[in-house]
Structure formats: structure tokens, C-alpha cells
Ligand binder design. Structure first.
Ligand SMILES: [Zn+2]
Ligand SMILES: [Zn+2]
Length: 134
């Protein structure tokens, strides 16, 4: 693994969030000022192809990357767009949620819940921002 790729993976993992390629680039650039957005993008795509990270293709938002390679579900803030992992109760196979699969064999599901994050909900003093990627 190149130093660049290692640095990109470290930044993604440190963020604990689901940054876009642009956001990863902004972070990595502080340590590797000569790196280009294209290089960051290519490395993220390569890491995703290797299964080291996940590429998230969600409706209506810029492609984000996820440090966690295993399938899981997300909640998205409708105000600021913050995206966090969400933990579901139980471990039912998505198949069991479906009443009529229209003849499909269900393999997997990616659920995206919509909500308002604590930061957007609270008008008072700001909550710690460590779970956000800013
Ligand atoms: Zn928010
Ligand atoms: Zn995630």
C-alpha cells in the first residue's frame, strides 16, 4: 500500500463519518499538500474495490465513503446532511421485512433513515462535533 493510500484510509477511519471524496481530500491535503483530488478519488475507488471500505451510493447525495466494510444501515440528517451508522434492533434478515418481493430473491438491503441530528435539533450550546466530518 502506498503512503498516500494508507493516509487516505487512516483519515477515513479517523473521521468515523461518511465523507465525500472532496472531504477526504481536504483532510489528506493537510498532511500531503501535493496530493490531487483525482489521486484521492482513485485511491478511494481502489480501496472500495478491494473491500477495505464501502462506497455508498445513496439517492440524491454526492457519493460518500464508509470506513466500515461490512453492510450496515444509516440515518441521514435532512437539514445538514450528516450521515451516521444506525443500529437496528434484532438481526432479522431483510428478507423477513418484505411482504411481496415481486418475484425477486432478496440478497441484501440498505436502509436509510431520515431524521434531524442532535446538532440541528438543539438551539442551545453546540454538542461535541467529533462524530461529524467538518
Ligand atoms: Zn444535522
Ligand atoms: Zn456507515
Amino acid at each position: 500500500m502506498t503512503i498516500q493510500r494508507r493516509m487516505i484510509l487512516d483519515e477515513l477511519r479517523a473521521s468515523r463519518s461518511h465523507p465525500t471524496a472532496d472531504e477526504v481530500y481536504e483532510r489528506v491535503k493537510r498532511k500531503l499538500p501535493r496530493i490531487s483530488l483525482g489521486t484521492v478519488y482513485r485511491n478511494l475507488e481502489a480501496l472500495a474495490s478491494q473491500g477495505a471500505i464501502q462506497r455508498l451510493d445513496l439517492a440524491g447525495v454526492q457519493r460518500r465513503f464508509d470506513h466500515a466494510p461490512a453492510p450496515h444501515h444509516h440515518v441521514r440528517c435532512v437539514r445538514c446532511g450528516a450521515l451516521e451508522d444506525i443500529i437496528l434492533r434484532g438481526s432479522a434478515h431483510p428478507d423477513q421485512l418484505v411482504q411481496d418481493a415481486r418475484g425477486f430473491e432478496i440478497l441484501d438491503a440498505k436502509l436509510e433513515f431520515l431524521g434531524i441530528c442532535p446538532e440541528c435539533r438543539e438551539p442551545g450550546p453546540p454538542v461535541p462535533r467529533n462524530s461529524h466530518f467538518h
